[in-house]
Design a protein around this ligand. Structure first.
Ligand code: MN
Length: 135
């Protein structure tokens, strides 16, 4: 890895599955992001204190406090409320998408992630998050 350029966006990956974590990290780095990682809600809160990320990739199913509950916390905190949260979920059902949206997630990507499509899915999720604002 070359030293991180300050212009690179920081993506925080919250994911408890090590294989998924490594894959998501690789895809994000290839897309030009710097990455930070957390394997639990507690760890994610620590990472966010160290550096407020530009985007958060949020696994919904985490041990202990889950991704939806963590998203609610982050969206209620003025220091992180503006950070787009994109849910990563194995569930493709509309109901699950709605639950994520209700919790404050700005986008939703189903797992297993498609390594070729991920970067465009992410920018699509982020641009639609910008268009809808904080509604
Ligand atoms: Mn998980």
């Amino acid at each position: 890895m070359s030293p991180a350029e300050p212009s690179q966006l920081l993506a925080l990956i919250v994911e408890d599955n090590p294989d998924n974590l490594l894959l998501t990290q690789a895809v994000l780095r290839r897309a030009g992001y710097r990455t930070a990682q957390a394997q639990s809600a507690e760890e994610a809160l620590e990472r966010v204190k160290e550096a407020v990320p530009d985007v958060i990739l949020m696994d919904i199913q985490l041990p202990g406090q889950d991704g939806l509950s963590l998203t609610r916390l982050l969206k209620a905190d003025p220091t992180t409320a503006h950070v787009p949260v994109v849910a990563l979920s194995a569930h493709a059902m509309q109901e699950s998408r709605q639950l994520a949206k209700d919790a404050g997630c700005d986008g939703y990507i189903t797992k297993p992630i498609n390594t070729r499509m991920f970067a465009s899915q992410l920018s699509e999720a982020l641009s639609s998050a910008n268009q809808t604002g904080s509604a």
